[in-house]
Design a protein around this ligand. Structure first.
Ligand SMILES: Cc1cc2nc3c(=O)[nH]c(=O)nc-3n(C[C@H](O)[C@H](O)[C@H](O)COP(=O)(O)O)c2cc1C
Length: 207
């Protein structure tokens, strides 16, 4: 008799994760610092190149700082949507309804600015920082969803301001900005966000 345990668990996890949607409007319902600490611990449990753990998670609850991040981000987005964006990218973004305004950067109870290290604090090297940080962010998103929280991955068009605003050293490069909280009651994800490639489009099996 075959052991159905792994299949059922994997299917259950899939069913849970497929219900995740990016949220761009947050309610003012707070999220505790302890919750955010558990999310970052989950991210920090990720695998990484030579276990070099090339990440930093700067967690922002301070309203004035969030407002400054919003202002700086929107300035970059105005330039992006105004003249820098290429046509194909704008066409791909249109069904998602994004624009130069980023009010979620102020309304989300927490922003987590994720930085990729170029070397560790003790000067030791890091390996495969891009893939390592990407995997860690994925785990953080899964942990947040598991905790009943909503997230958005936001990649500012001109991310350079993040290191300055958050006082980060030159060994930390902005990777992405996560908004974490609860969806506003009226939030509905855009239809386009539900589309996924079929299994046979993303999976090749050699057995
Ligand atoms: C690397 C990456 C960058 C993204 N950048 C942005 C962004 O700058 N602004 C935004 O509103 N959404 C951004 N998203 C969210 C995607 O638009 C979203 O994941 C996609 O449309 C699928 O929707 P879903 O997350 O609800 O499944 C980003 C997602 C990823 C993984």
């Amino acid at each position: 008799m075959s052991d159905r345990g792994p299949e059922e668990a994997a299917r259950g996890f899939y069913e849970r994760m497929r219900a995740r949607r990016s949220v761009r409007e947050f309610s003012d319902r707070p999220v505790s610092r302890e919750t955010i600490e558990w999310l970052v611990r989950a991210a920090g449990s990720s695998p990484s190149g030579a276990n070099s753990q090339p990440w930093r998670f700067v967690c922002v609850r301070d309203g004035a700082l969030k407002e400054r991040i919003r202002r700086e981000a929107e300035e970059g987005e105005r330039a992006f949507y105004g003249n820098r964006a290429d046509e194909d990218f704008l066409r791909s973004l249109a069904p998602l309804g994004t624009c130069e305004r980023k009010p979620f950067l102020r309304s989300a109870p927490w922003l987590i600015a994720v930085f990729r290290l170029t070397r560790n604090d003790d000067g030791s090297p890091v390996y495969y920082p891009g893939p390592s940080v990407g995997i860690a962010v994925g785990l953080l998103l899964a942990a947040a969803h598991h905790a009943g929280l909503a997230t958005l991955v936001y990649t500012p068009s001109s991310p350079g301001f993040l290191a300055e605003v958050l006082g980060r050293p030159p060994t930390e490069r902005p990777f992405c900005l996560l908004a974490v909280g609860h969806p506003s009651p009226g939030w509905r994800p855009p239809e386009a966000a539900f589309a996924r490639k079929r299994l046979d489009e993303i999976m090749v099996v050699c057995e």
